[in-house]
Write a protein that binds this ligand. Structure first.
Ligand SMILES: *Cc1c(COP(=O)(O)O)cnc(C)c1O
Length: 345
């Protein structure tokens, strides 16, 4: 912060360029472009691909609302798909049912930090001539078969909202891609349609990555692998402690997947009562997310009804995020687990 204050440059400049280069390297892509937040990063990806009115973009019904809002923002229609019951993620099988002649793009979301089956999805994209845009907001550092999430799609978005695995001290986001043309379009769009001062060849938005946030992110990026390791270790302890609890379904991962446990999400019998019981023991739990996109009042105009996505609705009723944060101790994890087991017995 002192360095940025000394330079007096608060928009763009070296910290932004350095962070973008470091984040591109971290993600295994040629280009990263910072944006003001993750929702705008998704919008930028879609607009760079030419997404607009008349197009349909498929996304999972159980994602965070921002994924659907970004599609809406482009003028395209968000079309929802069922998540896979066990991975909570989009699969080619779940996508297939949502395709129409207007589908141009689909957005796999690596929900809770668990990577989607990315090679299968990429094959699906090629087979149907679709664009793939990863929503990597919850999975920075995750890998599928040794390759980083955020490097598979034609162009991909992430968020550095403070609670994400890599969090800024405020709002921030980024786009990652290997495609120089898509990268240029994002750079113009986030900067009022301009790459050269006072020359505007295209329309755009003001959604740059703040210089201060870039400076913070550059420092925090050095710790991300350690922090992800710590999340994985905490997750393993939960899984070990809770393995014999038949009322819970614990998060799993296939051998091809290297998840980063943005959240540790179980499916729980009697979730509401469990949540109240744990709150009484001083244990905060959260639900990601209680209302699937198709049942949100804001998306009523899409014409969906209760029952349209039974898997997403069942997950919304059963999912529970247990405490997981950098610095959580083994004793704290054990305390949570003991009380969960006590509740069910
Ligand atoms: C956080 C998040 C976003 C949006 O990011 P913001 O930076 O808050 O705009 C998009 N998609 C998913 C899945 C997220 O978790």
């Amino acid at each position: 912060m002192a360095e940025v204050l000394d330079t007096g440059q608060f928009i763009s400049g070296t910290p932004v360029e350095d962070f973008e280069a470091a984040y591109a390297r971290f993600s295994g892509v040629k280009f990263a472009a910072g944006t003001g937040n993750g929702t705008d990063a998704l919008t930028a990806c879609l607009l760079a691909l030419g997404t607009g009115p008349g197009h349909e973009v498929v996304l999972p019904a159980n994602t965070f609302v921002a994924t659907a809002l970004a599609v809406h923002e482009t003028g395209a229609k968000p079309v929802l798909a069922e998540p896979d019951e066990y991975t909570h993620n989009l699969s080619p099988a779940s996508l297939q049912a949502s395709l129409t002649a207007h589908t141009t793009t689909f957005i796999p979301v690596h929900l809770y930090g668990r990577p989607c089956a990315l090679y299968d999805l990429w094959e699906f994209a090629k087979k149907h001539s679709l664009y793939m845009v990863e929503d990597n907001a919850q999975a920075q550092g995750a890998q599928y078969k040794g390759k980083s999430t955020g490097s598979f799609g034609h162009i991909n978005a992430t968020s550095f909202y403070p609670t994400k695995n890599l969090g800024a001290l405020g709002d921030a986001g980024a786009v990652t891609t290997d495609d120089p043309e898509l990268y240029e379009r994002v750079c113009r769009w986030r900067n009022l349609g301009s790459t050269e001062k006072y020359r505007h060849d295209t329309l755009g938005r003001n959604s740059r990555l703040d210089t201060l946030q870039a400076a913070f992110l550059l420092l925090k990026l050095e710790h991300l692998e350690n922090w992800n390791r710590e999340r994985r270790r905490a997750a393993e302890r939960y899984t070990r402690n809770l393995a014999s609890c038949a009322a819970l379904q614990l998060p799993a991962a296939d051998t091809d997947e290297e998840p980063v446990f943005h959240l540790y999400v179980v499916r729980a019998r009697e979730r509401e009562r469990l949540q109240v019981f744990l709150a009484g023991k001083g244990i905060q739990t959260l639900v990601h997310y209680p209302v699937p996109i198709h049942l949100q009042p804001a998306f009523r105009h899409l014409g969906y009804a209760p029952g349209d996505f039974p898997v997403a609705e069942r997950l919304a009723r059963e999912v529970l995020s247990l405490p997981l944060f950098i610095g959580i101790t083994d004793a704290e994890i054990d305390y949570v687990c003991e009380h969960i087991i006590q509740f069910y017995t």
